[in-house]
Design a protein around this ligand. Structure first.
Ligand SMILES: CC(C)(COP(=O)(O)OP(=O)(O)OC[C@H]1O[C@@H](n2cnc3c(N)ncnc32)[C@H](O)[C@@H]1OP(=O)(O)O)[C@@H](O)C(=O)NCCC(=O)NCCS
Length: 230
């Protein structure tokens, strides 16, 4: 019988996700798979990787089967675990809570070429896409999602369910609150020690924005320099 490893995903990036998950499962990288390994002490040779998407159940994507969440949950398997690679943070939280309530462990995925330097702490359920860099003295909460080529510089604090689109430049001494969304290619000016630049809870930074001042909670900012979207 196979252990079922699944990935909640959106169709656009399934190939990237499959590759990252595959690398994680076959490599020696840090990944929260202890619960699975407890079940299968011989290793992970007998796992099956599927995608979970209620609207695409029964299809095949990039050579992998797609199951609905209920098919995934009820399917006969000695153990199962899931990676939530969905950029919408509220959906991510809803699914994380559902998995937690139903005893399905969430695991973190980090692409093989992710670069992590010194004293970086990341909560459970992270998804780190290829070419992500996290430098030093960084604290990151649960279910962080960092898309291709994003970086986090030194001394940053990032909350829970924060989302980085591709190529987010998060410079040093920045604090980002829960559920903030940072659009593709945005640049956050560095803060100062004890005086960080902050991005408030549920704030949105538009693609390409150059953020020179703190962003209030719930605000959407765009442009260079970034200003509230009216
Ligand atoms: C900022 C953002 C959230 C606004 O979305 P929205 O509320 O749907 O806004 P609209 O598309 O209706 O645009 C409203 C106005 O803002 C402008 N605008 C939208 N995004 C902008 C941006 N990033 N920079 C500058 N102007 C922007 C639009 O041109 C429009 O201007 P107009 O009123 O003069 O025509 C969105 O445009 C964005 O940047 N999202 C991030 C996308 C991304 O990075 N995706 C990665 C996927 S992996």
């Amino acid at each position: 019988m196979k252990i079922l490893i699944a990935c909640f995903s959106q169709t656009g990036n399934t190939e990237q996700i499959a590759r990252a998950v595959q690398q994680e499962l076959s490599g020696d990288h840090q990944v929260d798979l202890e619960k699975i390994e407890e079940v299968d002490a011989a290793g992970l040779a007998s796992y099956e990787l599927v995608f979970v998407d209620d609207s695409l159940s029964g299809r095949t994507l990039n050579g992998r089967r797609v199951l609905s969440y209920d098919e995934f949950r009820l399917r006969d398997a000695p153990s199962r675990a899931i990676c939530i690679a969905i950029s919408d943070s509220r959906t991510r939280q809803r699914l994380a809570e559902r998995c937690e309530n139903e005893g399905v462990p969430c695991f973190s995925v980090s692409a093989e070429n992710v670069c992590i330097l010194d004293d970086v702490q990341i909560g459970e359920g992270a998804f780190l896409a290829p070419f992500v860099t996290l430098t030093s003295n960084i604290r990151i909460g649960r279910h962080f999602h960092a898309n291709l080529y994003s970086y986090v510089e030194h001394d940053c604090v990032i909350g829970d369910f924060v989302t980085f689109a591709p190529a987010v430049h998060c410079n040093g001494n920045v604090v980002i609150d829960d559920h903030a969304y940072l659009g593709s290619g945005c640049i956050l000016r560095q803060g100062r020690p004890g005086e960080p630049l902050t991005v408030g809870r549920s704030a949105i930074v538009g693609m390409g924005a150059v953020v020179t001042e703190s962003v209030p909670p719930g605000a959407t900012v765009v442009g260079n320099p970034a200003r509230p979207l009216k």
